[in-house]
Design a binder for this molecule. Structure first.
Ligand code: NAP
Length: 282
C-alpha cells in the first residue's frame, strides 16, 4: 500500500486563489481591505519568522496586515491594553497573538481578551467552548487546518478510532474535540499516559502533537492507518517516524508541506470570513 499524501501545501495554494477572489469581492463592494493584526512580543527569531510568513500570506491574497511589535519586557497590562485597542478598531478584522509570549505575561488572559468575532486564530476559551459545543466559532488554526485537510481528501472520520498524542490548548485539546464532533471515537494521550504504544496500536487515525522529533515510532502504528504529523523540527522531521509508513499507512501528512501550510491558510481563511461578516453587520 502506498500512502496517499495529504498535501497541505498544494491545498493551501489552491485555497489562496479562492480567498484572493473573495478579498477582491469585499474590496469591490465596500472599498474595505480586510486586515489581520499580528502581535509579536519579544525577539524570538522563530516567532518573528512565523509572523512574517502570516503577513506574507495576507499580502498574497490581497489583504493587509497590521504588524504590532512589542518589546520583550512588555507586561500583561500593556499587552491587554493593546488587544483592547485592536478589538475597538473597526478596520481590524482579525487578531493574531503569536504564541509563545515571554514568561512574565499571562498568555491565557491575553488570548481571552481577544474579541470572539476577531479570534481568527481560535485561541480564546470562549471560542474553544463554543467549538466544543458545536456552536459557531473560529477553530484553533492548526487543528482546524488538519480538519480541513482531512475533509479535502475525503478521509472518513465517523466511527474511526482517533488517537491524539498531546493535549496542549492550541493543538491537542481542540484537535480531539474537533475529531469527536466529526463522530470519531477519540483517545487523548499525554506525558502521564500509561501504555502509550498500546493506545497508538489501536488507532485508525494517529495525530502526533508531542513536540519531540520522531517520538512516535512507525512500528507502533498499524497498517492502513491515517497518520497526521503536526510537528516540525530541524532536519525536516516531525513528531512521527514517517519514513517506514510511506508503504504501510493509508494516508500521511508530509513533513514539511502537510500541516504547517494549512495552519497559516486557516488563519487567513478565517480572517477573510471575519471581514465578510463585518460587512454584513455594518
Ligand atoms: P506542547 O504545548 O509542548 O504540548 C506537547 C504535548 O505533548 C503535551 O500535551 C504533552 O503532555 C505531550 N507529551 C510530551 N511528552 C510526551 C510523552 N512522552 N508521551 C505522550 N505525550 C507527551 O506542544 P504544542 O504546541 O501542542 O505542539 C506540538 C507539536 O506541534 C510540536 O512539534 C510543534 O512544533 C507542532 N506545532 C505545529 C504547528 C504548525 O503550524 N505546524 C503549530 C503548533 C504546533 P503534557 O500535557 O502531559 O505535558
Amino acid at each position: 500500500m502506498t500512502a496517499l499524501i495529504l498535501d497541505g501545501k498544494a491545498l493551501a495554494h489552491k485555497t489562496e486563489t479562492e480567498l484572493a477572489t473573495r478579498v477582491a469581492a469585499i474590496k469591490a463592494s465596500s472599498g474595505v481591505t480586510p486586515i489581520l493584526a499580528t502581535i509579536l512580543v519579544g525577539d524570538d527569531p522563530a516567532s518573528a519568522t512565523y509572523v512574517k510568513m502570516k503577513g506574507n500570506a495576507c499580502t498574497r491574497i490581497g489583504m493587509d496586515s497590521l504588524k504590532v511589535e512589542l518589546p520583550k519586557d512588555t507586561t500583561t497590562t500593556q499587552l491587554l491594553a493593546k488587544i483592547r485597542e485592536l478589538n475597538a478598531n473597526p478596520a481590524v478584522h482579525g487578531i493574531l497573538l503569536q504564541h509563545p509570549v515571554p514568561h512574565q505575561i499571562d498568555e491565557r488572559s491575553c488570548f481571552d481578551e481577544i474579541a470572539l468575532n476577531k479570534d481568527v486564530d481560535g485561541v480564546t476559551c470562549l471560542g474553544f467552548g463554543r467549538m466544543a459545543m458545536g456552536e459557531a466559532a473560529y477553530g484553533c488554526a492548526t487543528p482546524k487546518g488538519i480538519m480541513r485537510l482531512l475533509e479535502a481528501f475525503d478521509i472518513p472520520l465517523a466511527g474511526k478510532h482517533a488517537v491524539v498524542v498531546g493535549r496542549s490548548p492550541i493543538l491537542g485539546k481542540p484537535m480531539a474535540l474537533m475529531l469527536l464532533n466529526a463522530n470519531a471515537t477519540v483517545t487523548i494521550c499525554h506525558s502521564k499516559t500509561v501504555g502509550l504504544e498500546d493506545h497508538i496500536r489501536r488507532a485508525d487515525i494517529v495525530v502526533g502533537a508531542v513536540g519531540k522529533p520522531e517520538f512516535i515510532r512507525a512500528e507502533w502504528i498499524k497498517d492502513g492507518a491515517v497518520v497526521v504529523d503536526a510537528g516540525y523540527h530541524p532536519g525536516g522531521v516531525g513528531d512521527i517516524e514517517l519514513g517506514p509508513l510511506m508503504n504501510r499507512a493509508a494516508a500521511i501528512t508530509p513533513v514539511p508541506g502537510g500541516v504547517g501550510p494549512m495552519t497559516i491558510n486557516t488563519l487567513i481563511y478565517q480572517t477573510v470570513d471575519a471581514g465578510e461578516k463585518s460587512l454584513q453587520t455594518s
